[in-house]
Design a protein around this ligand. Structure first.
Ligand code: PNS
Length: 160
């Protein structure tokens, strides 16, 4: 069974991430969405909140599961017997970072490939940081994120 891991901070999940998930699940036997803590990014949502939002955003979970992990991605990928790590690529902006990460991961675990899927062009400008910024100032984010994320962001930034 070919299991692919789709790792990320997902703070929060966006429609761009969901587009990658929907396309990748058709290519592999099993897709594991792996959410990590990433304290360097100072996430707005807790790990548990991020996992819950992803679970809520994917209706058909026949061959998808969502988990969290701590530590090195390659260690987790080996533990799960993943054949590949999947990452979405938006534009040249992502490339250097993704290239470095893929090469380091290959050095650490030569048997695990990193595979990239080009983001749909309608999501090339989208990322979680931009969405949080728009939400913080009360902008409309309904076309960028699933309904549960819109609701949770509204709660986070509710005026007190
Ligand atoms: O969604 P992001 O923040 O771009 O995802 C980055 C992520 C989580 C894939 C990366 O930071 C990661 O793999 N973190 C786990 C720790 C690790 O293995 N670091 C070395 C990777 S080069």
């Amino acid at each position: 069974m070919k299991l692919v891991i789709y790792p990320g901070t997902f703070d929060p999940i966006t429609n761009g991430h969901l587009d990658i998930i929907q396309r990748a699940v058709l290519m592999f036997d099993y897709l594991l969405v792996a959410v990590t803590d990433n304290p360097a990014k100072n996430p707005l949502f807790s790990l548990a909140e991020r996992v819950l939002m992803i679970q809520n955003s994917i209706s058909d979970k026949k061959n998808i599961s969502i988990e969290s992990f701590r530590g090195l991605l390659v260690d987790y990928a080996m533990e799960k017997k993943a054949c590949a790590i999947l990452r979405g690529l938006r534009a040249t902006l992502d490339f250097e970072y993704e290239f470095q990460m893929a090469l380091i991961n290959r050095k650490l675990a030569p048997d695990i490939a990193t595979i990239f899927l080009m983001t749909h062009e309608k999501y090339t400008y989208l990322n979680s940081t931009i969405v949080k910024e728009i939400a913080r100032f009360g902008g409309n984010i309904s076309c960028f994120v699933p309904p549960i994320v819109e609701q949770k962001l509204k709660e986070k930034f509710k005026p007190i």
